[in-house]
Design a protein around this ligand. Structure first.
Ligand code: FUL
Length: 483
């Protein structure tokens, strides 16, 4: 008997509809979740910080604002070299100290006479922000701005007029003159003594100014609003590191939470402000010839990488240009060695090809998603199932000492306790790591392990956990094991 074609079409549509309605939904977002801009920012992982200004020439760390404008006089500024070095070393963006505490502006700010426009450099026609933003665009690197609220030059500092001037200062940098700005860095430092000037900062207005002019920019301060200080300048996030933070009642600078809180965040807090770890490749923030022999080693940089990127924080590594206006060859070479070390360690994911088993909430959220090189594909269990176990089995034993985990953070940070077991050749499961948070990225350092299978056990989570990635790597460059 002939079946009219429209019937079979109807049947096909009905089946499709049934399949769609039965397909499992993603878990509902849990608690505070990052905006797409915050996710994109976290995925940058490593950015360069460039401290550059009169201090580069005077040797000071904190200029007092009385330095003659002519003290800033780079002999051979080459921002393209900064950007090309950053790109080659795998850094995604550069943040430059457009105005440090001495108040000197690296661009011709209409708000100040303490600027490049009042210096002899390039007959007062120079503009470091112009050159750097152009160089970043040419190299495919994102451009970010540090502007210190504390200003030791501006006579208005300490009065309400200063807040107005500061907003206009921000506007002259963020109004599009220099293109898109990915991050605005607000330094909370203020070294005024007991008799010093006291400025009551209008933080909400400062933050709103950035949001208004650069809607995609992430705003950094000790307490966010979009990302937070990690609480130290050593390049170390907490072993437990939540991207959520309790911010009510706090403000940048002296009013910020204790550094231990900044270091680890607050589990389940209603505000998303992931940690950013600023640390210098040199002892100081500004370049000094005398510190070139103290540039951090590859081993030190790898330790920092594991304790920042590997602990759910963004690494902002300061590599200060020298008096020529170029990155010092010693620093640039070290960056390339660091890059080569990372490439060596992470070249081969030993989890590839494993058979992955574990319960999932259904089609689209299977355990095997943790091997996919696609952040948007992740493993998830049914709602309410907060404990879980994923087992990776291999045909032949794998030797590794790094376990890389990634949560799918657009749905919030959920995992609060996990451990990792390895199956020995003699058939015994042995615990090789026990930790707490994962977040965007967690790299656990284990002893050298040879295993036929590995299982990642989620012991607790604030909501049903997600995992976008499990990777196994063997680091023969940086051999320390402790976390
Ligand atoms: C601190 C400043 O006082 C240092 O000079 C440096 O800029 C560092 C990144 O932030 O608060």
């Amino acid at each position: 008997m002939h079946r009219p074609p429209y019937l079979s079409l109807t049947a096909v549509l009905a089946c499709l509809l049934a399949a769609v309605s039965c397909a499992p939904h993603p878990p509902a977002p849990f608690g505070a979740c990052p905006t797409p801009q915050q996710v994109a920012w976290q995925q940058m992982e490593m950015n360069l910080f460039c401290h550059f200004g009169p201090n580069t020439f005077t040797g000071a760390e904190w200029g007092d604002g009385t330095e003659p404008e002519d003290s800033f006089n780079p002999a051979d500024l080459d921002c393209r070299q900064w950007a090309a070095t950053a790109r080659a070393a795998g850094f995604q963006g550069i943040i430059v100290t457009a105005k440090h505490h001495d108040g000197f502006c690296l661009w011709p700010s209409p708000e100040s006479r303490h600027t490049v426009a009042h210096s002899r450099w390039r007959d007062g026609q120079g503009d470091v922000l112009r050159e750097l933003s152009d160089a970043c665009a040419a190299e495919g690197i994102r451009f970010g701005i540090y502007i210190s609220p504390w200003d030791r030059n501006d006579p208005r500092y300490g009065s309400p007029e200063y807040n107005d001037a500061f907003v206009r200062t921000l506007e002259s940098v963020l109004d599009g003159t220099y293109g898109p700005v990915f991050e605005q860095w607000f330094d909370g430092a203020c070294g005024e003594g007991p008799d010093g000037k006291k400025q009551v900062y209008d933080w909400p207005r400062f933050f709103d100014t950035v949001r208004r002019l650069q809607p995609d920019a992430v705003r950094f301060s000790d307490v966010g609003p979009d990302c937070r200080w990690v609480g130290n300048e050593q390049g170390a996030a907490g072993r437990s590191n939540w991207s959520t933070l309790r911010v009510e009642g706090f403000e940048p600078g002296a009013g910020s939470p204790q550094t231990a809180v900044l270091n680890g965040g607050t589990p389940g807090a209603p505000h998303w402000a992931a940690a950013e770890a600023d640390v210098s490749i040199r002892p100081g923030w500004f370049w000094r010839a005398s510190e070139t022999e103290k540039v951090k080693s590859v081993q030190e940089l790898l330790k920092i990488y594991y304790e920042t990127v590997g602990r759910n924080a963004l690494l902002l590594l300061n590599v200060p240009p020298d008096t020529r206006g170029r990155l010092d060859p010693v620093d640039s070479l070290r960056l390339m060695e660091f890059r080569a070390a990372l490439d060596t360690v992470f070249a081969v994911d030993l989890a590839a090809g494993a058979t992955v088993t574990g319960p999932s909430r259904g089609a689209g959220f299977e355990a095997a998603n943790v091997l996919a090189d696609d952040y948007g594909r992740y493993w998830a269990q049914p709602d309410g199932m907060v404990r879980g176990k994923l087992t990776l089995s291999f045909d032949t034993p794998r030797t590794f000492n790094r376990v890389l985990l990634q949560e799918y953070i657009p749905l919030g940070q959920r995992i609060s306790a996990f451990h990792v077991d390895a199956l020995d050749a003699d058939g015994t499961w042995r615990e090789i790591a026990r930790e707490t948070t994962v977040g965007y990225k967690r790299i656990v350092l284990t002893p050298d392990v040879t295993a036929l299978a590995v299982r990642v056990v989620i012991d607790d989570a604030l909501a049903c956990p997600t995992l976008s990635r499990i990777g196994l790597f063997n680091d023969t460059v940086y051999c320390a094991t402790g976390n």
